[in-house]
Ligand binder design. Structure first.
Ligand code: UT7
Length: 308
């Protein structure tokens, strides 16, 4: 039994915080942020809760999948900014959309969506579930120290979702490689009720190296070659990381989906937002080979190849 991706959905808050706005908050400049990160603006959830964002993205994914919530067997939410300490955001979302089955959150920071999708695929392959709603959602503006210029310029809020279902045909998920190294936890973390702390320069090097390795393994396990990849959808943490990764893999930059300029780093929401936009913009068509990759707090990282 394989898995296939049905519809996707997203939610992005209406409030836009530009680099020029940030110049008034901390000692930074549009020029520094643009050249070092590729980010021009990010969305900030002033009114919207994590649950509300997850609900709107989830409902759009269900609609685009022609799936009734009562047909879901599970709801999985990847987030580092849960609505409450407990119950899980997934349980709250299950109630909001009147879904059946079981629900739980995944804590794998920026790699959370990949972890959640891998797990959904495993649950479907093992026969435990037939249809699963997978959501990546973050309200990072609440865990950012707005006086710390080294982190506050990087992050944004948003949500993305996808419905995954069992398919009689071959699985769309060709390969998935997940990794973590807990010994490196203090390179990127936030204490309970604390702000994001990051050793940026150190993380940059690890990010490029570890995503490259995971991508090579995932491509290899899928029986493909980097030139067979039609679209690379990387976690949107830094444009320079994305460019360096594509170059090391020998994938032309035009084949990398990039929306970091609009949203910054939205952690677990970053890949599903990009996936949705790639589909809507016609950059990703049925039958294409797509490579997803992420790296984040934990440290966690991974890569996945899909035949969309
Ligand atoms: O989502 C999880 C994965 N996340 C990542 O992979 C992030 C990885 N790291 C990065 O993306 C980059 O390291 C950053 C964008 C965070 C920083 O870029 P960098 O080129 O590594 O800069 P840096 O930290 O080495 O700082 C260079 C200079 C420093 O000044 P000095 O010491 O050279 O005088 C910083 O104080 O830039 C300064 N700086 C800033 N200047 C203006 C740091 N932040 C800012 C800022 N505006 N916002």
């Amino acid at each position: 039994m394989g898995s296939r991706l049905l519809g996707t959905g997203i939610y992005l808050p209406g409030d836009v915080l530009t680099n020029n706005d940030l110049e008034k908050l901390v000692d930074t400049s549009d020029e520094w942020i643009t050249t070092r990160t590729g980010i021009k603006e990010r969305r900030i959830a002033k009114e919207e809760s994590v649950l509300q964002m997850a609900k709107i993205a989830g409902e759009e994914a269900l609609k685009n999948s022609e799936t009734d919530p009562s047909d879901l067997d599970a709801v999985v939410v990847a987030t580092l900014t849960p609505e409450k300490r407990f119950p899980s955001t997934a349980c709250l979302l299950q109630a909001e959309i009147s879904a059946k089955g079981f629900a739980f959150d995944i804590s794998a920071a920026c790699s959370g969506f990949l972890y959640a999708l891998d797990l959904a695929d495993s649950m479907i392959s093992s026969g435990k579930a037939n249809k699963i709603l997978v959501v990546g959602v973050e309200r990072l503006s609440e865990v950012v120290d707005w006086s710390d210029r080294s982190t506050c310029v990087l992050f944004g809020d948003g949500a993305g979702a996808v419905v995954v279902e069992s398919s009689e045909g071959p699985s769309q998920i060709l390969s998935s490689k997940l990794y973590s190294d807990g010994k490196l936890w203090d390179i990127l973390y936030a204490d309970c009720d604390g702000f994001i702390k990051m050793k940026g320069r150190e993380l940059f090097k690890i990010a490029v190296r570890s995503m490259e390795e995971a991508c090579r393994e995932a491509i290899d396990e899928a029986g493909l070659n980097p030139r067979d990849i039609d679209l690379l959808i990387p976690h949107q943490a830094n444009l320079r990381i994305i460019r360096s990764l594509a170059q090391k893999l020998g994938i032309p930059e035009e084949k990398a989906f990039i929306n970091i300029e609009k949203y910054g780093n939205t952690s677990a929401a970053s890949i599903p937002i990009a996936l949705h936009e790639a589909i809507k913009e016609g950059r990703l068509r049925r039958g294409d080979n797509v490579l997803l990759t992420a790296m984040g707090g934990g440290l966690t990282w991974g890569a996945m190849v899909l035949k969309y």
